[in-house]
Design a protein. Structure first.
Length: 476
């Protein structure tokens, strides 16, 4: 929300610099920021990994994922590599001489290293801010349940202050997600009806057409619930459900989001569906069943699909269910939020052929095509009284010159400028795990319901909606 300024010079230390995250997302995002004039020429990238490599080797590894141009030329000379063992204190003490006054430590590593790396940074004095800022960026998953999330928070916050910790969620870097607050609080038309008097229910969908692919070992130990719900989906829910903050200051916004997440009622297992894809066809290509994928335990209970009916116990949302669903190997890639408004009273139409009007919907499309559309009803041309639904569409690509971005540009820029608005606080993390803890315990038994790859998910997910005479918005 602040005026855009050039980020201050800093050394960005990436632990796990030769991994996919760095090559596919972080380095391209930094190049895009440099191309946009938002990084100084004094910005350096120091990659650390246990592999044998050197400065030029790291540059070559990153260049394969980049569009070489002005941005790449700006940061290329500042890219350096150091081989290091994340469990060896010497790796960290040797860093001190290579850092400027400002430093960002990005943990693009296995979650098992999150606690040890932060402790090692602290022990080496690298989190001391006597001469400049020192910030730590932590990827998800942040814990695997409530107990582990609480333990990790205690461990990290014993070494660093909360305002030094940036728990990142790449969903929040997307333009449409950031625009939710502006659309709500900047438009009387929307905010005036943003409550249980006018809204029937909310749907949040994060559907993926891809399978687990080469991530079988990680995914089989995680599953759809842990991977998506306490972070991505609950963060979207919080953006929709939060009260107006007193300002666009980061702490004011994060406090309101935490209130919403804390108000999520622990999910009733009867309102939760878990599924697992079987063999099928996605985009015309045959897909193997999940249990036949590489590095998957054929006796496991891991789910690849989750659908939940969630209640938020606040005055604004009392009686309004939030339906969440996410899954892999589905019919299409689609992330969207659907605000479905209540039906109009039909007494005005009781003597006409109109016996049911389709509800108004506000659809926030997050990916793949970012935009917002409003569905409403008009009269069809002709002498009779016939209605038809129409929509007003806003597309980012149609209205703005939007270049290809990774989604990490805004997040990395915010880390460098010290804006924590889009990053999760410790209390948000723990409140989210608290809401899904009953499911984690319940789902230790039994097996997920099978659904064919290329479908919209298990039949029970549709039944979850049908019980309340509702239906999912059709994934495009």
């Amino acid at each position: 929300m602040n005026q855009i300024v050039v980020a201050p010079p800093a050394t960005i230390v990436i632990f796990g610099a030769l991994g996919d995250l760095t090559r596919r997302l972080l380095a391209p995002a930094l190049v895009n920021l440099a191309e946009s004039g938002l990084l100084t020429t004094d910005t350096n990238l120091l990659g650390i990994s246990y592999h044998d490599c050197d400065d030029e080797g790291l540059r070559r590894a990153l260049a394969g994922f980049l569009n070489e141009g002005t941005g790449w030329e700006i940061i290329r000379g500042g890219i350096h590599y150091r081989k290091g063992d994340f469990t060896n204190p010497q790796t960290f003490t040797s860093l001190a001489a290579e850092l400027g006054s400002n430093a960002v430590f990005y943990l693009a590593t296995s979650p098992s290293f999150f606690g040890p790396i932060v402790e090692a940074l602290s022990a080496a004095g690298l989190l001391d801010e006597a001469e400049g800022f020192r910030r730590v960026v932590i990827e998800k998953p942040f814990g695997t349940d409530l107990a582990t999330a609480e333990a990790l928070n205690r461990r990290i916050l014993a070494c660093a202050r909360e305002d030094q910790i940036y728990r990142i969620d790449h969903f929040l870097g997307k333009e449409t997600v950031q625009n939710i607050m502006i659309a709500r609080f900047g438009n009387t038309l929307l905010e005036s009806v943003w409550n249980n008097r006018y809204i029937d229910h909310v749907q949040i969908t994060a559907a993926e057409a891809v399978t687990v692919g080469s991530r079988g070992r990680f995914y089989d130990a995680t599953g759809a619930l842990r991977d998506m719900v306490p972070n991505h989906l609950f963060q979207l829910l919080a953006m929709i459900g939060m009260e107006p903050p007193v300002s666009f200051d980061a702490e004011a916004i994060r406090t309101e989001k935490e209130k919403v997440i804390s108000a999520i009622r622990p999910v009733d297992p009867q309102n939760a569906i878990r599924g697992r894809y079987s063999a099928g066809t996605v985009a015309g290509e045959p897909v193997s069943a999940y249990l036949a994928e590489p590095e998957i335990d054929p006796t496991g209970r891991t789910e690849t699909f989750v659908a939940l009916k969630v209640h938020v116990d606040t005055w604004r949302w009392a009686g309004v269910p939030f339906y969440l669903r996410t899954g892999k190997a589905l019919a299409a890639r689609d992330t969207e939020i659907v605000i479905q408004f209540r039906e109009v009273p039909l007494s005005l139409f009781r003597k006409t052929v109109v016996d049911r009007l389709p509800p108004n919907r506000l659809v926030v499309q997050i990916q793949p095509d970012e935009g917002i559309n409003l569905e409403f009803v008009v009269k069809r041309p002709g002498p009779g009284l016939a209605t038809t639904p129409v929509s007003m569409d806003f597309s980012y690509a149609d209205h703005f010159q939007v270049s290809h971005l990774t989604g990490y540009e805004t997040l990395l820029y915010d880390v460098l400028t010290g804006d924590q608005t889009l990053f999760q606080r410790a209390d948000q993390i723990e409140a989210a795990w608290r809401a899904v803890q009953p499911l984690l315990e319940m789902w230790q038994q039994g097996a997920p319901e099978e659904y064919p790859a290329g479908s919209d998910g298990p039949e029970s997910a549709d039944a979850l909606m049908h019980r309340a005479h509702r239906r999912w918005h059709r994934v495009k």
